[in-house]
Design a protein around this ligand. Structure first.
Ligand code: FE
Length: 350
């Protein structure tokens, strides 16, 4: 068979397999292609393209990106079952990764590269998923109204001194569920319940909008403080839009609980899907994501903190300083998620 004939034959065979499977234009199982990685992602950050391009340059493996929110992607992989073309699921919040794990979507991975690069509290002890970047859930304060010396802990925001002054998004957001789960783990359910009740009593308004909306509301003086993820303020500070820059100038970032357990952190992370057609490519992708090059993209692209020590932090984020992190294993956020939701519901957190 000549080279050309062979190429045509292969192309024809591939096309026919696609037609027979009724899967034309979708990621496909069966004839697993080691040069393609099917990545299911709920990370909602444009700069992730740099990560995919970096991986393709290094390995020649192309990323086929399937996007959706975390719950959608989990449902999709479940319904695809053993025939799922998914190689890697990447998402934000350890709570989401834990849910995917309990649905049996991940396979355990034993990689010396991943285990030595990623601190043990930022990955599943069984190797089902790995934290790839960190974010801190911090107190954002209005610089004109609050002296940072008045701030101390998450717990303090539940005391009457902050009545009518606290902004935070709704309880159905997993970032908040994980924050409460972390508090249940270190302080116990009773203390967490009392804190949440005090916090809800201090809300400046019924919860509405995302983390960025809370930061903008703080800047506009609708409340004195907000609880939100660190990268959202760094993003406003490094925006080209003068309105965003004005918001960032009015808002300070405070890292709570520095004198005790440390500030609540969460991760974005990923796992290799149970029936990954390209298992070797999937592991190579995770290992690429902990290289200094990729870790720098997480930080300089989306203002997250690297999980690998020694990697520089973006200037927009670095300006807010360094801090002590709560060392709890982030898998806790998944394990205590339903208890956290109950506590928030009981307190009437909308
Ligand atoms: Fe986010």
């Amino acid at each position: 068979m000549s080279k050309l004939t062979r190429r045509l034959f292969l192309a024809y065979g591939t096309a026919m397999a696609a037609v027979v499977a009724g899967e034309l234009g979708k990621p496909r199982r069966g004839m697993a292609d080691a040069r393609v990685l099917n990545l299911y992602s709920s990370r909602h950050y444009d700069t992730d393209n740099q990560l995919y391009e970096g991986f393709t340059q290094k390995t020649g493996i192309k990323i086929n990106l399937i996007e959706g929110d975390a719950a959608q992607l989990v449902e999709r992989i479940k319904s695809e079952g053993a025939n799922s073309p998914a190689d890697v699921l990447i998402t934000v919040d350890a709570g989401n990764l834990w849910r995917a794990q309990t649905e049996g979507l991940f396979q355990p991975v034993s990689s010396a590269t991943l285990n030595s690069a990623i601190p043990a509290n930022l990955r599943d002890p069984g190797g089902h998923w790995f934290g790839l970047s960190k974010r801190a859930r911090v107190i954002m304060y209005n610089r004109g109204k609050v002296n940072p010396a008045q701030l101390s802990t998450y717990e303090a925001l539940g005391t009457p001194a902050w009545k009518g002054k606290v902004l935070i998004r709704s309880s159905n957001n997993i970032y908040n569920q994980s924050l409460i789960a972390g508090m249940i783990e270190t302080k116990g359910a009773d203390t967490a319940q009392k804190w949440v009740q005090g916090l809800v009593a201090n809300f400046a308004r019924p919860p509405e909008g995302n983390d960025t909306a809370q930061i903008k509301a703080v800047a506009a003086g609708m409340g004195d403080v907000a609880i939100a993820n660190s990268y959202y303020l760094a993003r406003l500070a490094s925006s080209n839009d003068p309105a965003d820059q004005a918001v960032a100038r009015n808002v300070g970032m405070f890292f709570p609980n520095q004198r005790d357990r440390g500030t609540h952190i969460n991760i974005s992370g990923a796992g290799v899907v149970r029936n990954a057609p390209n298992q070797a490519g999937a592991i190579a992708f995770l290992e690429y994501l902990v290289t200094p090059e990729a870790q720098k993209i997480f930080s300089f692209g989306n203002n997250e903190y690297p999980v690998v020590s020694g990697v520089p932090v973006s200037p927009a984020l670095a300006q807010y300083g360094t801090f002590k992190s709560d060392p709890v294993n982030v898998a806790t956020y998944g394990r205590l998620n339903s208890q956290a939701i109950q506590i928030m519901d009981r307190a009437g957190w909308k």
